[in-house]
Every structure is written in structure tokens, then in C-alpha cells.
Design a protein around this ligand. Structure first.
Ligand SMILES: Cc1ncc(COP(=O)(O)O)c(C=O)c1O
Length: 180
């Protein structure tokens, strides 16, 4: 039974790697939902005194761990405003980067506004300023194409139980090995 379970898990890793363009199937850490994956990524990548850029479109599952890190780890956060159409100004975002900006967290598609954020362009800013890009794909995974290599995503948090039509209580975080 253990061997059978390992096979099922490996098949899931392979399928997810195909769907999201993940190079190494072992770069996927399973958990119980997107919230857990986001907490793992945020708390696992930030150090005392780091600066983070996120957007005003973020779900509570991003805002809460970020604010927790602000309170307990002295992490500084800037939130990029979102306009009435749910879009962000990339130039405004770029002006927020600092020498200690370690992480940029961005929802791919907002559950509140339905807008889709320009992950490819945000990734270019992250490369330029040497920051890690974490994308919350709770609403987009399985619904629209998400290729971590093409979009330049370092960490992707996604649920199994939404657009991927997987079992309840499943989610995962991917990590590009060169990212941290
Ligand atoms: C944008 C966004 N992020 C995160 C979450 C949290 O997802 P989960 O229920 O998988 O923890 C949701 C839930 O609807 C969401 O819409």
C-alpha cells in the first residue's frame, strides 16, 4: 500500500509539473490548501528586517502572514494600490523596490475584482531588483495557463480543490531551486 501511495503521489507530481511547467517534479511541497502554501513560502523566505512588496488585491491568506511577519520579524511591507478596474501601475510598483526588498507577493487573479495581474512584467521587475516572486494562483490554477518558467515565477502557491478539480483539503507550493 505504501508503494501504491508513493506511485499516486509521484503521478500527481508529474501531472502538476506538466500543467505548470515545473522542471523538477520534486520541487513541489504538498499541503492542505493555498493558505498553508502561502504561509510556508512567506515565513520560509523572509528574514528579520526584509522588505516585501505586495498588492492591495491580496487575499487574507497573504495579508495575514505578511502582517504577522511585520509584527514579529520586523519585516517592512509596501502594498501597491489597485485602481477601480483592478489593475496596478507597474511604474509605481517599481518605485517601491529597495535594497532590502527580498520578496514580491502577488495574486494572479483577484477573487474580489476578477482582474488578472501582469505576472510576466512583475517578474521582470523582480529579476532587475533581485527579489523573489511568489504568486498566489488560488483562482487561476487549472483555469488559465500558468507556466512558472515562461512567467518567471519563483514560488507558486495553488489549491488542488478549486480549478484543478482535485480532492478537498489539498494544495501545494513550488520552489525554483535557484530562487533562494
Ligand atoms: C486569491 C485567493 N488566495 C487564496 C485563497 C485561499 O485558498 P485556500 O482555500 O486554498 O486556502 C483564496 C480562496 O478563495 C483566494 O481566492
Amino acid at each position: 500500500m505504501a508503494v501504491q501511495a508513493s506511485r499516486v503521489l509521484f503521478e500527481a507530481r508529474k501531472s502538476l509539473s506538466d500543467i505548470f511547467g515545473i522542471k523538477n517534479a520534486n520541487d513541489i511541497a504538498f499541503g492542505s490548501n493555498t493558505t498553508e502554501a502561502l504561509n510556508l513560502a512567506i515565513q520560509g523566505s523572509l528574514r528579520e528586517g526584509d522588505h516585501v512588496i505586495a498588492t492591495m488585491a491580496e487575499h487574507n491568506s497573504v495579508r495575514r502572514p505578511l502582517e504577522y511577519m511585520r509584527r514579529l520579524r520586523n519585516v517592512e511591507i509596501d502594498y501597491v494600490p489597485v485602481n477601480a478596474a483592478g489593475a496596478i501601475d507597474l511604474m509605481q510598483m517599481e518605485r517601491m523596490f529597495r535594497s532590502n526588498t527580498r520578496l514580491v507577493v502577488c495574486t494572479h487573479s483577484s477573487n474580489l475584482l476578477g482582474s488578472i495581474l501582469p505576472i510576466g512584467e512583475i517578474s521582470l521587475l523582480c529579476r532587475k531588483h533581485q527579489a523573489i516572486l511568489l504568486v498566489d494562483a488560488a483562482q487561476s490554477a487549472g483555469v488559465m495557463p500558468v507556466n512558472v518558467q515562461q512567467l518567471g515565477i519563483d514560488m507558486l502557491a495553488f489549491p488542488g480543490h478549486k480549478g484543478l478539480l482535485g480532492p478537498q483539503g489539498t494544495g501545494a507550493c513550488t520552489l525554483r531551486q535557484s530562487s533562494i
